[in-house]
Design a protein around this ligand. Structure first.
Ligand SMILES: [Zn+2]
Length: 273
């Protein structure tokens, strides 16, 4: 698979509708339409499957290959496993600006939620669904508003998770007390500031604070960034948010299991003493 096919594949698999993506467009449609395989969630198999373009390829004998022009092109793929699951994409090509965007997709761009995220967010998982629907329609700024609401609503649980983490790592008492104060506080900016500061080093890849970056990007998005810039960053917000939530949740569950086991062992020892 060459660079063009790889980029095109990524574009078809991951991008929502209506957002323009820069692409190094080839001169002829033949190269542009030569992508033969992608991987998508099959609506019939209910699993991620390879999909192939099974349309017969003309030999092209006696025909010259047409130049790529600004127009709408279609892509069709069939599931390799069940051969009945299908995906169709309509892609608008802008040769002048060297960019493409999806203007149609069937089945629609997926809004399936990450299970860990759904569990953590509880009732707020509806906001996450709405954020994804906004993304699928190209409304980046609206999606950002939903992400910010999700972050603000879950700041209490995030603080709880951070508190458990600090406790487990024997953090100084004043750090834990700061979080307790934030948990009782009502000023959102203060709660978020304390939560940002409490993110432990092992959750800061290359010294980047995920909570600070997510929150600052969301604020910038709502107040300053363009629709396109928000759309571009939506996916990163989602990935970073999922990572942070998963880390906090797993740590808490492991901690609970650890404490339960220690208590059982301790009880056993005192009984048999
Ligand atoms: Zn299938």
């Amino acid at each position: 698979m060459n660079d063009l096919q790889q980029n095109l594949r990524h574009f078809l698999e991951k991008k929502s509708l209506y957002s323009w993506v820069k692409l190094d467009l080839p001169e002829y449609t033949h190269q542009f339409c030569s992508l033969t395989q992608i991987e998508m969630e099959c609506p019939k198999c209910k699993k991620s499957r390879p999909f192939s373009d099974r349309r017969p390829r003309g030999s092209g004998a006696g025909q010259s290959i047409p130049k790529l022009e600004s127009d709408i092109y279609s892509f069709r793929f069939t599931c390799d496993s069940c051969t009945s699951g299908k995906y169709v994409f309509f892609v608008e090509v802008d040769t002048e600006e060297k960019r493409v965007r999806k203007i149609g997709q069937n089945p629609a761009w997926s809004i399936n939620l990450d299970k860990d995220l759904e569990k953590f967010l509880e009732g707020d998982s509806d906001f996450l669904k709405k954020a994804l629907i906004c993304e699928s329609q190209g409304y980046g700024i609206a999606a950002f508003s939903y992400y910010r609401r999700i972050l603000e609503n879950s700041i209490g649980k995030t603080l709880q998770g951070l508190r458990s983490m600090l406790e487990l790592n024997n953090a100084p008492l004043e750090e834990i007390e700061k979080i307790d104060k934030a948990l009782k506080g009502i000023v959102m900016d203060e709660r978020i500031k304390i939560a940002k500061d409490a993110v432990p080093n092992h959750l800061r890849p290359n010294k980047m604070n995920p909570l600070a970056i997510i929150y600052d990007t969301l604020s910038a998005g709502i107040h300053r960034l363009s629709e396109e810039q928000c759309l571009e960053n939506s996916q990163h917000i989602r990935v970073a948010l999922s990572y942070l939530i998963r880390a906090l949740t797993q740590q808490n569950e492991e901690q609970k299991a650890f404490l339960d086991s220690m208590k059982s062992l301790n009880d056993f020892n005192s009984e048999s003493a």
